[in-house]
Design a protein around this ligand. Structure first.
Ligand SMILES: Cc1cc2nc3c(=O)[nH]c(=O)nc-3n(C[C@H](O)[C@H](O)[C@H](O)COP(=O)(O)OP(=O)(O)OC[C@H]3O[C@@H](n4cnc5c(N)ncnc54)[C@H](O)[C@@H]3O)c2cc1C
Ligand code: SF4
Length: 510
């Protein structure tokens, strides 16, 4: 009897575990563009194009490799609007002996699939996702008994495990584990940022763009100027482009923000790594080779590898160890609604406008825009974690619950009480001024704090510090902030809190 092999939209990898030991003549691969998955959040239009087109290309590839594929294309009137309904119908059609799939990346779907064996009446085998460098169990074993989980220590384990940037004596290359201190330069226009890697849409992608324009035009973003890769071959091209042109400066300008450049020296590889078009270990190995062959400096290569081998694996481990409760965390007790300008970019705050506008156009903003601009603002303004998490899940082409949630709820919002990060990334306008050229073009004045044209980040920062004294005063990494706050004259503190109160009461008008 045949097995039904389900491949999800972020499992577009030819050696995905669900296909292991399968019989191409007997088994049937099922892939489906379903309404429920495309609409459970307000996914960016480019994200839908990317995934549907990449899925269609992948299904063709499987067919040309000899697999039998049942593929459901999206239509709003399809009889089956959920994965469960599509799989259920195909189980009956082929009289499947069992369903085989690779573990998925979201608790929501994992929970549904875990109940399929009962509801569909066939065994469901869920295989580990071997594309991650650490298994869920390996992470849980590492975390066990530790009072605090810190990425840096987990990352070192992963360096040892993979041998990446390790000497034959088992020491880190360059004599240090971490070169972050070298990676904080402001970018002033030089060296020139490389041209963005582009793939022009082929006939399949053009069909999907038309479909998204017709049925998803009310979703965030736009399909205009779609140029993501949608096949593994083209994603490999994007990796090579990054290594050749951007990696050498990746480290130096990793934390920089620009008023004119959307992409700077970032890799823009997360949409491909997360959907399975690129393998994370292969990406790290390519970067390491660039250092060994003298094509990129150690601070760039180590910094880049740490993001994938360290942060990416670490947040995944945190997610699976703590779901589903993690998504409900709100330790700072935030209650404020997400301002509407997160969806429109219509705000006089230049840094926010620029980050949101890039997000709307590109389904992309780089890490520091996500963390220190849109994220920092949400933290300072006390936005409800579930609303800001939902925004991040919707607006980026690389967003999946397992990676978005810990980054937003833990790293940005500190809503998990410091489980993921030892201190909140709260910052005033001075940080944004130091790392970007936005402030010179802004309606607000970064050097002012209490006046009506003062940078909103400044007073909101002190309001955040003041209102969370009970949460942070004992945190040794926050002591300096409290000493600085307490040192200010009472009239000054009062004026700052008054200005922040006005800002919080009028967030929509900023
Ligand atoms: C609030 C917030 C939300 C985020 N949401 C997502 C998300 O939904 N999906 C996502 O893939 N990343 C997310 N990140 C992490 C990071 O911002 C993106 O991975 C990165 O911006 C992707 O662009 P890039 O490929 O050019 O990355 P680069 O700067 O070139 O970094 C290289 C790679 O490292 C990995 N990486 C870097 N930082 C992280 C991180 N903190 N967590 C996990 N992987 C990381 C990515 O795979 C990335 O492709 C988020 C970060 C923040 C602060
Ligand atoms: S002045 Fe404030 S709001 Fe304006 S760009 Fe600078 S940090 Fe952003």
């Amino acid at each position: 009897m045949a097995n039904l092999i389900l491949i999800l939209g972020d499992q577009l990898t030819r050696d995905i575990s669900a296909l292991e030991n399968a019989d191409r003549d007997r088994d049937v691969v099922v892939m489906a563009e379903v309404h429920d998955e495309a609409t459970y959040t307000n996914h960016h239009q480019k994200k839908i194009v990317l995934l549907f087109s990449a899925m269609r290309h992948f299904a063709r590839q499987l067919e040309s490799d000899g697999w039998q594929v049942h593929y459901q294309s999206y239509h709003p009137d399809n009889q089956h609007q959920s994965l469960e309904a599509v799989v259920g119908e195909q189980v009956k059609r082929i009289n499947a002996e069992k369903v085989i799939t690779t573990e998925c990346g979201e608790w929501r779907l994992h929970d549904q699939i875990s109940g399929w064996h009962k509801r569909l009446g066939v065994p469901v085998e869920i295989r580990p996702d071997t594309r991650f460098i650490a298994s869920k169990q390996e992470f849980a074993d590492w975390a066990e008994g530790r009072k605090q989980l810190r990425m840096e220590f987990f990352y070192r384990e992963m360096r040892r495990k993979t041998g990446l940037l390790m000497t034959s004596e088992g020491e880190p290359e360059g004599g240090q584990w971490n070169f972050d201190a070298d990676n904080r330069k402001k970018w002033t226009g030089k060296p020139q940022a490389p041209a963005q890697f582009r793939i022009e849409p082929d006939a399949i992608t053009r069909d999907v763009i038309a479909l998204v324009d017709e049925h998803f035009s009310d979703h965030f973003g736009t399909t205009d100027d779609f140029h993501f890769a949608v096949t593994a071959e083209d994603a490999q091209g994007a990796l090579e482009h990054f290594i050749d042109y951007a990696l050498p400066c990746f480290g130096d300008y990793q934390d920089a923000i620009s008023d004119t450049e959307d992409w700077l020296f970032h890799s823009i590889l997360s949409p491909y790594i997360n959907s399975g078009l690129l393998d994370p270990l292969t990406v790290c190995e390519a970067a390491a080779r660039a250092w060994y062959s003298g094509r990129a400096p150690i601070n760039a290569v180590e910094g880049f590898i740490r993001q994938i081998l360290g942060w990416r694996e670490f947040v995944r481990g945190i997610y699976w160890m703590n779901m589903p409760g993690y998504a409900q965390e709100n330790r700072l007790g935030n209650t404020r609604a997400l301002p509407w300008f997160y969806w429109t970019g219509d705000t006089k705050m230049r840094c926010m406008h620029k980050a949101i506008d890039a997000t709307r156009r590109n389904a992309y903003a780089h890490h520091i825009q996500r963390l220190m601009v849109t994220g920092n603002f949400a933290l300072l303004a006390g936005i409800k974690p579930e609303e800001i998490c939902d925004w991040y899940l919707a607006v980026y082409a690389d967003a999946y619950d397992w990676v978005e949630l810990p980054n937003v709820l833990g790293m940005v919002m500190h809503a998990d009480g410091g489980y993921l990060g030892s201190k909140p990334y709260a910052a005033s306008g001075k940080y944004i001024q130091r790392m970007s050229d936005h402030c010179a073009n802004c309606h607000y004045k970064v050097n002012k704090s209490t006046e009506s044209d003062a940078c909103p980040f400044n007073a909101l920062y002190w309001h955040f510090i003041d209102r969370h004294r009970d949460d942070f005063a004992k945190n040794p990494r926050m002591g300096m902030m409290y000493r600085n706050w307490d040192k200010q004259k009472p009239e000054r503190r009062e004026a700052l809190l008054r200005r922040a109160g006005d800002l919080l009461a009028n967030l929509e008008q900023l």
